[in-house]
Design a protein around this ligand. Structure first.
Ligand code: AMP
Length: 119
């Protein structure tokens, strides 16, 4: 069994987080180390470790990530100025928390999509 992450505890409200949205399929909360004025994580309530582990039955939750992202972007006032939605997978993707999540990042010009790591 895959080890539980902090995100599972946040979803169950057993760990502190600034939750901005929750329903039966997904939970959204502010990133603890924001990279931009708006940086929200939207996660499926089911603990899917990585993008590699997505199942057909997850399609409703994964679709919900996008509708909730659009709603939160509108509420944050960045829908028209623009934003970036990101999902990292495994080591080369820079994934730190192994509970699949979508980053909603915006509120400033974000620059080029990919930068080379310094190390
Ligand atoms: P990733 O590199 O795509 O796995 O992103 C993980 C993100 O989770 C990072 O941006 C972290 O800042 C964020 N993060 C880690 N722990 C917490 C937490 N307890 N509450 C909110 N965000 C967190």
């Amino acid at each position: 069994m895959t080890q539980e992450t902090i995100f599972a505890k946040i979803i169950r409200r057993e760990a502190p987080a600034d939750i901005v949205y929750q329903d039966d399929l997904v939970t959204a909360f502010r990133d603890i180390r924001p990279q931009a004025p708006v940086h929200i994580l939207i996660v499926p309530n089911r603990a899917i470790p990585t993008a590699n582990d997505v199942l057909p039955e997850d399609e409703p939750a994964l679709g919900r990530l996008f509708t909730v992202a659009a709603k939160l972007a509108r509420e944050a006032g960045i829908a028209e100025s623009g934003y970036r939605l990101l999902v990292n997978c495994n080591r080369d993707g820079g994934q730190e928390v192994y509970h699949l999540h979508m980053h909603l990042v915006g509120g400033r010009r974000l620059g080029p999509m990919l930068v080379r790591p310094t190390e």
